[in-house]
Design a protein around this ligand. Sequence first.
Ligand code: DAH
Length: 338
Amino acid sequence: MNADLAAIQDDALAAIGAAADSTALEQAKIDFLGKKGRLTGASALMKTLPKEEKPAFGQGLNAARQAITAALEEKQTALQDAADLASVAGIDVTLPARGLPIGGLHPLTRIKDDAIQILRRMGFALAEGPEIEDEFHCFDALNTPADHPARNEKDTFYFDSGKLLRTHTSSVQVRTMEGQRPPVRIIAPGSAYRRDEIDATHLSVFNQLEGLFVAENVSLADLKGTLIYFYQELFGADTELQFRPHFFPFTEPSFEIDIKLHVPGREPKWIEVAGCGIVDPAVFEAICKSRGDDVYHPDKVTGFAFGMGLDRLAMIKWGIKDIRLLIENDTRFLSQFA
Ligand code: DAH
């Protein structure tokens, strides 16, 4: 190789070897291979050489360019490797990884799922209805007269249109019977709304589960058998229940169901968990009128219905003292159920 070219190559390799960072390396590249670089300058000499010397000089030029380019690439890789290593210096790769928190189901979801599962095993199908209801489906069809306290503006959220936020899921009974012929065996879990003062046991939005069974010859024994089985599945086989006579406009006879609550260190006490009863013939008459047929005529079918608060069931199941915990989304409380 031409002595000048050899000197340029040696100088270039020395500069590349000495470059401590990518800026210095870039500068070396410019100094030797750039437009005004030394190798580029040397290639201009080609023109001045006699013809026979040109091929050798050309080969020398190429060889020098290749050597310098290879050295640049190698150095670039070495600098990048060093930078990568420096960026992870001080990281202890033997430390255990940080755990990812695993989510869990909300207690209300769990109690609702449990309740649905038990009732579905007994042949109840899921039914739905709107949360914004009209007075017919929430009250009139359920034999609840205009002067009933539930229809008071103080107790219920009314819209200007006269519609309202349903005060109970019993409205789904009416909608289901309007839409399908007997037999009917449905449950309707969902939100219900009341203008209650919010405290440890009341919220203005809560969760109910309504049930309805209508067929020929449905009796009080069917009602009791179904609900005793339900609560014993939900809370344990030794759960004691009592059916206490009560009044609901849409059932006759009507009952409230209490279960016996055992709190360690205290006298057991009865706590109300549901309303229920045998569907009042007046409800069937309203359905016949609304449907325009008599498949639900009270001479043909009988039925039972029940409604329960899911929030309260969750509170009983897990000993939750304040219903507000169920809607505050405090993970210190909720993580206990995960
Ligand atoms: N709708 C009632 C309430 O919100 C609960 C209830 C009682 C539902 C008796 C029923 C029933 O279906 O038969 O308090």
